[in-house]
Design a protein around this ligand. Structure first.
Ligand code: HEC
Ligand code: HEC
Ligand code: HEC
Ligand code: HEC
Ligand code: HEC
Length: 486
């Protein structure tokens, strides 16, 4: 009797175990099949996969967020979320019409908005329409263009094939050649070569998904910066490269740390540049990233026709003026966050949780719409307080910016009045030079998109200098002071 019960128990145990094992096997088989499915549904990505929707099949979460850059958002100073075109900066601030007189920016100049719009906004701005002519270079930062550049490069004698990795001698040669040639085409023709705004392929290697930079302007610019002796303590691999034998130029794709790359991918476009018809697009970093280092580079730069660098001749005063554009990378470089190793992506593409997965938020936008993920990971203050601190910085910067613009407008008016009264070019020239200096500084902070946040003290220093130069210019006209060198 006893042993019969024992047998029965044994049978039950064995049966249970068998069922358990069978269930486990089935479970494993299902998981394996699922695993395989993921592997099999992978789209094979290569250097010709431009369409982000294809990448989205492998990485749906990043793609979903990427698409949200089409949503309209706005903060006190950030974004430009309207349903049609963004609000006009010129209507918001009429001083800019006086400051940019005679330049395309006095006709159409708007707030930025999400990445989804970069190509259409460029095609639609009055700045690319008659009477203004623009070069194909404009597309460098407004489209996904690695393939287009490489194809044009290959068709014009660059070595290798499109199947070469982009980060290789051949890949770079194709990219560079195409960049130069497409840049020279008229905008209307060049824009037909591209169809997507910034896409996955512009920041990621299609095989390894590693971050990479692909804009030739950035590759050339960062190389020139590395070759200079301007201190860049926030970019440690440049400092390291300088101490080496320098046999090869600095290449961020081979040398930069992951954390540096998290800023470089943005620094590809969010930078000051020259993109006119006179020479190939370049980033003016040969002396460093600070406002006066860039100014010195422009002052010494000669166009192929031998003339000193300028962006446009001011219509009423005749000054050879400089236009700054979105120097986010440059200003960030002077701030406490860069110095503390905080990258653009830390604030603008912070990590977020989706279920069990931690991913980078590809909805690139104002961090003030996302303070919990963007700031509170490091700053343990309530959301409202963080926002107030930012607003305090921005309000102060804005107040100083308006004063600097007023001073610049006053100088422009003073020169114009003296000119009408018959003052000679010789008499006006020192004041014009001071207009160039003041305007360049005002614009550096006005065109920078954080309203001072990326480096508050540096922004205040620059605006203080702008006010000083503008008032010195006025003095030059009324009664030239002694001992002031413009
Ligand atoms: C410490 C966080 C932080 C870092 C690092 C940072 N930013 Fe920002 N950024 C901000 C804040 C805050 C604003 C102001 C947003 C606003 O006014 O809505 C801003 C504004 C901007 C804007 C305008 C946003 C808009 O909605 O109009 C751009 C463009 C931008 N940053 C680019 C960059 C780039 C490029 C880098 C790296 C070179 C960078 N930022 C680094 C916090 C950061
Ligand atoms: C290929 C060039 C390019 C790259 C790379 C790029 N941007 Fe932009 N970004 C632009 C352009 C152009 C716009 C303005 C689009 C418009 O107004 O139509 C813009 C707009 C923005 C805005 C304003 C968004 C809004 O809703 O107002 C932010 C913030 C921003 N970029 C941050 C970044 C950050 C951070 C990175 C790096 C992760 C980055 N960008 C990489 C070109 C670029
Ligand atoms: C080095 C990269 C770069 C180049 C080259 C470039 N842009 Fe942009 N552009 C940007 C970035 C970044 C923004 C978003 C930040 C801003 O609006 O300040 C932008 C914004 C814009 C905007 C929307 C806001 C506005 O200014 O009205 C227009 C339109 C535009 N660019 C047109 C052009 C044209 C035309 C050219 C050629 C002359 C050009 N861009 C060349 C990077 C670039
Ligand atoms: C403007 C540059 C930029 C563009 C465009 C971009 N990414 Fe990213 N991506 C990043 C950055 C920055 C990270 C963070 C990488 C790191 O820290 O190593 C990232 C990370 C990733 C990762 C790693 C996992 C994660 O989320 O951190 C995947 C996968 C990814 N991106 C997919 C995509 C896809 C798919 C697209 C196109 C729909 C895309 N990315 C477009 C900049 C970009
Ligand atoms: C990865 C960490 C990190 C992130 C993310 C970060 N910060 Fe910071 N922040 C720092 C560090 C480090 C400092 C330097 C002060 C210190 O050492 O405590 C700093 C300083 C500041 C300061 C003082 C600035 C000054 O010039 O003295 C402000 C304001 C600030 N952060 C706001 C923000 C806001 C707003 C965000 C989100 C948009 C943010 N931070 C995101 C690390 C971070």
């Amino acid at each position: 009797m006893k042993s019969k019960l024992g047998y029965l128990l044994l049978i039950i145990v064995i049966a249970g175990a068998t069922i358990g094992v069978m269930l486990l096997r089935e479970n494993i088989a299902t998981r394996k099949a699922e695993g395989k499915q993921v592997v099999f549904s992978l789209v094979n990505l290569d250097e010709t996969t431009i369409n982000p929707a294809e990448w989205g099949k492998n990485f749906p979460r990043q793609f979903d967020a990427y698409k949200r850059t089409a949503e309209h958002t706005g903060t006190k100073y950030g974004g430009g979320g309207s349903e049609t075109l963004s609000p006009s900066k010129l209507e918001e601030d009429p001083r800019l019409k006086t400051i940019f007189d005679g330049y395309a920016f006095s006709v159409d100049y708007r707030q930025r908005r999400g990445h989804a719009y970069m190509l259409t906004d460029q095609r639609e701005t009055k700045r690319v329409q008659l009477p203004f002519k623009q070069p194909g270079s404009c597309l460098q930062c407004h489209a996904s263009n690695t393939e287009a550049y490489r194809k044009v490069g290959l068709a014009n004698g660059a070595p290798g094939a499109l199947s070469d990795p982009l980060v290789s001698d051949n890949g770079y040669a194709q990219l560079q050649k195409g960049f130069e040639l497409v840049g020279k085409m008229p905008y209307d023709e060049a824009t037909k070569l591209v169809e997507h705004p910034v896409a996955c392929i512009d920041c990621h290697d299609p095989q390894s998904m590693q971050l990479r930079v692909t804009r030739p302007g950035f590759l050339n610019g960062i190389r020139a910066l590395a070759a200079s002796d301007a201190p860049v303590p926030h970019l440690p691999t440049i400092e390291k490269w300088r101490k080496g034998d320098r046999a090869q130029p600095y290449d961020p794709n081979l040398l930069a740390t992951r954390q540096e790359m998290r800023s470089f991918v943005c620094g590809q476009c969010h930078v000051e540049y020259y993109c006119g018809p006179k020479t190939t697009l370049f980033y003016p970093w040969n002396n460093g990233l600070k406002v006066e280092q860039i100014e010195a580079y422009y002052d010494n730069y000669k166009f192929p026709d031998g003339h000193r660098f300028f962006d446009w001749k001011h219509k009423t005063t005749g000054a050879e003026a400089l236009k700054a554009q979105h120097p986010e990378f440059e200003l960030w470089s002077q701030g406490i966050h860069a110095r503390s190793g905080v990258a653009c992506a830390d604030c603008h593409m912070p990590y977020k949780r989706e279920g069990a997965i931690k991913i980078s938020d590809h909805w690139v936008r104002s961090p003030l719409l996302n303070i919990a993920n963007a700031c509170q990971v490091c700053h343990h203050f309530p959301e409202e307080e963080i926002k107030e601190r930012v607003t305090a910085i921005q309000d102060r910067n804005h107040a100083l910016l308006v004063r600097a613009e007023d001073a610049t407008v006053d100088l422009i008016n003073a020169i114009a009045t003296a000119k009408t009264a018959g003052a000679s070019d010789e008499k006006l020239q020192p004041a014009r030079e001071l207009q160039r200096k003041a305007q360049w500084r005002v614009d550096f902070i006005n065109a920078e998109n954080s309203m001072g946040f990326h480096a508050p003290q540096e922004a205040a220093r620059i605006l203080g200098e702008a006010i000083d130069f503008a008032r010195q210019g006025q003095l030059q006209i009324v009664s030239p002071p002694t001992g002031v060198t413009p």
